[in-house]
Design a binder for this molecule. Structure first.
Ligand code: AP5
Ligand code: MG
Length: 189
């Protein structure tokens, strides 16, 4: 079973490309953002906490996310692979993921990084905000999310480079072209 981290800034296409990967490879998908939005919808304790962080474009505390991740991962049925979308987002989260996988005799096989220029990210998310209903898809929060990404998440790019499993991909162009580049990486694993 492959463990693939799909990495990139808000709006880089992680969710979009995940859907194509699920369809082609039968992978399972863990999106911490989707999981948190589901908790908010159900009105759980975690959802109540998450709401404030998400609408302000800030990250939730690592401990909460790491707990959520392990319970979601262990609940997955047997499958060809797992895509991590929106996790890890900090170095402690990456360390926790490495440890969790190691305890289960596994590892991150590839960290695929979607590179998209900032102006394109902002345009995509403003556009998505017209229909998404997401509390974080407004220009002010989008800019905050991008700042948080640069400060807290982007250092992971180098972290995975050092770990020897980072595969950068050009994240602009047609969905199909980007997906073909991602598929090449996965097929070679
Ligand atoms: P999360 O839900 O993970 O959001 P995000 O990382 O900000 O990313 P998005 O979902 O906005 O973008 P995406 O990369 O999935 O792009 P998409 O495919 O939709 O996290 C939300 C919040 O939850 C965080 O801010 C935080 O508060 C909290 N959270 C989540 N995980 C956490 C964690 N691990 N730790 C702590 N807190 C956490 O595409 C975007 C748009 O572009 C779409 O409209 C799409 O149609 C379009 N598009 C996609 N590809 C292309 C293309 N090639 N050309 C043109 N348009 C395209
Ligand atoms: Mg997403």
């Amino acid at each position: 079973m492959k463990n693939i981290v799909l990495f990139g800034a808000p709006g880089s296409g992680k969710g979009t490309q995940s859907e194509l990967l699920i369809e082609k490879y039968g992978f399972k998908h863990i999106s911490t953002g989707d999981a948190l939005r589901a908790e908010i919808k159900q009105g759980t304790e975690l959802g109540k906490i998450a709401q404030g962080f998400i609408s302000q474009g800030k990250l939730l505390p690592d401990e909460l996310i790491i707990q959520l991740l392990a319970s979601v991962y262990d609940a997955l049925p047997d499958c060809e692979g797992v895509i991590f979308d929106g996790f890890p987002r900090t170095i402690p989260q990456a360390e926790a993921l490495a440890q969790m996988l190691e305890e289960r005799g596994k590892r991150v096989d590839a960290m695929i990084e979607l590179a998209v220029p900032e102006e394109e990210l902002i345009a995509r998310l403003i556009n998505r905000g017209k229909v998404s209903g997401r509390s974080d898809d407004n220009e002010e929060t989008i800019r905050q999310r991008l700042e948080v990404y640069k400060a807290q998440t982007l250092p992971l790019s180098n972290w995975y480079e050092k770990a020897g499993c980072r595969f950068p991909i050009k994240g602009i162009g047609t969905l199909e072209d980007i997906f073909a580049d991602i598929s090449k990486v996965i097929d070679a694993l």
